[in-house]
Design a protein around this ligand. Structure first.
Ligand SMILES: [Cu+2]
Length: 182
């Protein structure tokens, strides 16, 4: 009986506290929206901070393959290229930041993924992770030049975005393309 009374009193106190804090509600909401816009601008500046960082030495290129990145696909103007120093002229025709990763792999389905569906770079055999042109903004172009011997490759974008728990995985959304070097 005594315990029940204590609980009731405690509940009354909690209700009272909640009622009293009504005035403070405005401040709490302000703080929330402030942190919301802060994280918004943080990710905004992260996207804005992505710049084209060309990979390899374009002057050494033997051939050029045109690559187009969009949400969420990768396309090339040819399905293969001769072995040698291959220049990928990359256009980001999408609305988001995208990257171009070149790996040696038999197929898109053969790509090693971790439990979260993220490309597992550590799982590649030595030398099979060729290189990457890191993420660069929409409506821009960038260049990647890679020495490729004949074989099967996959071009992909492995960017994973986490919008407050809403995960967007560019690779599993479709940004992977098989490419053959002959
Ligand atoms: Cu992407």
């Amino acid at each position: 009986m005594k315990r029940l009374t204590t609980v009731l009193v405690a509940s009354a106190l909690l209700l009272g506290a909640a009622a009293c804090s009504d005035d403070d509600g405005e401040n709490v909401r302000d703080a929330d929206s402030a942190s919301g816009s802060a994280s918004g601008s943080a990710s905004g500046s992260a996207s804005g901070g992505a710049v084209c960082d060309p990979f390899g030495n374009l002057a050494d290129a033997d051939s050029t393959v045109n690559v187009t990145l969009t949400e969420f696909a990768i396309a090339t103007d040819q399905p293969s290229a001769p072995a040698g120093t291959i220049h990928f002229a990359i256009e980001n025709a999408g609305a988001e930041v995208h990257e171009l990763v070149v790996v040696r792999a038999d197929s898109v389905d053969a790509l090693p993924l971790d439990d979260d569906g993220v490309l597992d770079e550590a799982a590649f055999a030595d030398g099979d992770f060729i290189g990457e042109v890191e993420g660069f903004p929409a409506a821009q172009t960038c260049d990647g030049t890679f020495d490729l011997t004949s074989g099967a490759y996959v071009l992909l974008c492995a960017i994973v975005e986490d919008h407050d728990g809403d995960v967007e995985n560019h690779l599993t959304e479709g940004m992977a393309l098989e490419f053959t070097v002959v």
